[in-house]
Design a protein around this ligand. Sequence first.
Ligand code: PMP
Length: 293
Amino acid sequence: MNERIAQMSRTVYVNGAYLPEEEAKVSIFDRGFLFADGVYEVTSVIGGRLLDFHGHARRLERSLGELDMASPVTMDELLGIHRELVARNAVTEGMVYLQITRGAPGDRDFVFPDPETTPSTLVLFTQSKGLIDNKAAETGMKVISIDDIRWGRRDIKTVQLLYPSMGKMMAKAAGADDAWMVDDGMVTEGTSNNAYIVKDGKIITRNLGSEILHGITRAAVLKFAREAQMEVEERPFTIEEAKAAEEAFITSASAFVMPVVSIDGVSLGDGAPGPVARRLREIYIDESLKSAL
Ligand code: PMP
């Protein structure tokens, strides 16, 4: 029975239509496919409700604005589509993935098409996955460091994810779970998450700028940490400083707060998830559920 459920086709959303995944199609001329000319968002679902939808919608609007790309629907309509997909696919825990590209002009040309004649492509789909009960939260993650060779506008959430994907493969080959990227001697972020260390009880994470993605979970976690009277410092740090830290952790919409227990093979503290990361994970889950939609 479970196998049958797992094999049942999902309903996905493409340009105004709810379709079985097998029937959903995007043109081979789509600029997302040919140029990675697109942006995306991932919103988590717990108990069938969306975590921080408005934070994700605001960042999406900013990404679109920075790339001079139009949204085919309003943010209110997007919320409706998210909810409809969660309901139709009976997602209790998991994610909603959204992607907007600059559409399919019917040919390949570096010049942006006229948005009047080439509407953007909008695709959404759900992924059911347990998020709260995650073994990695108990054991902690191992990370390695790699060079950050990505482009200079990492604050825009584009679908150019080849290097982060290669970073995950480098981590896997090294027997680790993820890679922290280092630019100019300073840690920027993980391949798909923001990076933090804890020193003298203080939470340290890179300040916002074009060097990192402005994580929605990062914003929420820092707010909750400050409300809980925890000290926060937003500044760059080196891998050496991280290796000598009491604790380290990452945040992302689907991982929430996840402890890091080793960096480039060096164990942090006693090699187990630290108290700050554990507490922040609990606070984040409790607090974000309060405003879930
Ligand atoms: N940095 C990068 C490079 C990411 O890909 C992500 C996840 N999309 C994050 C940080 C975390 O962002 P959020 O908390 O909004 O998921």
